[in-house]
Write a protein that binds this ligand. Structure first.
Ligand code: CTP
Ligand code: MG
Length: 186
């Protein structure tokens, strides 16, 4: 049981900068869209109004700030968790950027394909909507901080993240919807 709990805590801990990026983009985003309102060759928007420059920048910054706080606080928090202090303090200044930036890039790639498939901004695309940012965060981190990724993301952590992320994602989006920050509860 302790093992399950420690993998759970460690998974959330490792994913936190990526997890923060999307809600922060939803809270503080808006304004000029990244595609500048332009259409792709199929005459549909490249990304759509849901992907904004401000969302990308502030979402990335919020994720990185959380990563910095985690590095600063890890040794104080570790004793209260079941996770060995060593695991929590395996910090990387590269990963605290690649996780949130990759998360939002993954979200943009998903929006690109959503538009090509003819889905309007905000339309639901199950699984892609929930795991786009995980794929983006992992891909960019694998690319730029391979050592950190492979030493922290064990098979148990990867499986845990794939199970808990859709649940956490739906939960935060329902809260965002109720707060009026999201147009749809997914
Ligand atoms: N957001 C933003 N900039 C980003 C990502 C998100 O401003 N780079 C904001 C937008 O206001 C967006 C909200 O966060 O509407 C929720 O994000 P998401 O669900 O990813 O966008 P959708 O509006 O659902 O658009 P899409 O169909 O393209 O996923
Ligand atoms: Mg959406």
């Amino acid at each position: 049981m302790i093992d399950v709990i420690s993998v759970l805590i460690l998974s959330i801990w490792l994913m936190l900068p990526a997890y923060i990026a999307n809600p922060a983009a939803a809270l503080f985003g808006g304004g000029t869209p990244i595609d500048m309102g332009r259409n792709f060759s199929d005459n549909k928007r490249i990304l759509g109004d849901g992907k904004t420059i401000r969302g990308l920048i502030i979402g990335s910054l919020c994720g990185a700030v959380v990563g910095l706080l985690q590095i600063a606080l890890a040794s104080n928090i570790a004793p209260y968790t079941h996770v060995s202090g060593y695991a929590l303090t395996q910090a990387s200044f590269i990963a605290l950027l690649t996780m949130p930036v990759g998360a939002l890039l993954g979200d943009m790639v998903k929006s690109f394909f959503k538009r090509r498939l003819g889905f309007d901004r905000g339309a639901m695309l199950p699984i892609a909507d929930q795991l786009d940012f995980v794929a983006g965060a992992w891909a960019l981190t694998l690319l730029l901080d391979y050592g950190w990724f492979t030493s922290n993301f064990t098979l148990a952590v990867i499986v845990t993240v794939l199970i808990i992320t859709p649940v956490l994602h739906l939960g935060t989006n329902i809260v965002g919807f109720k707060l009026g920050k999201k147009k749809v509860p997914w």
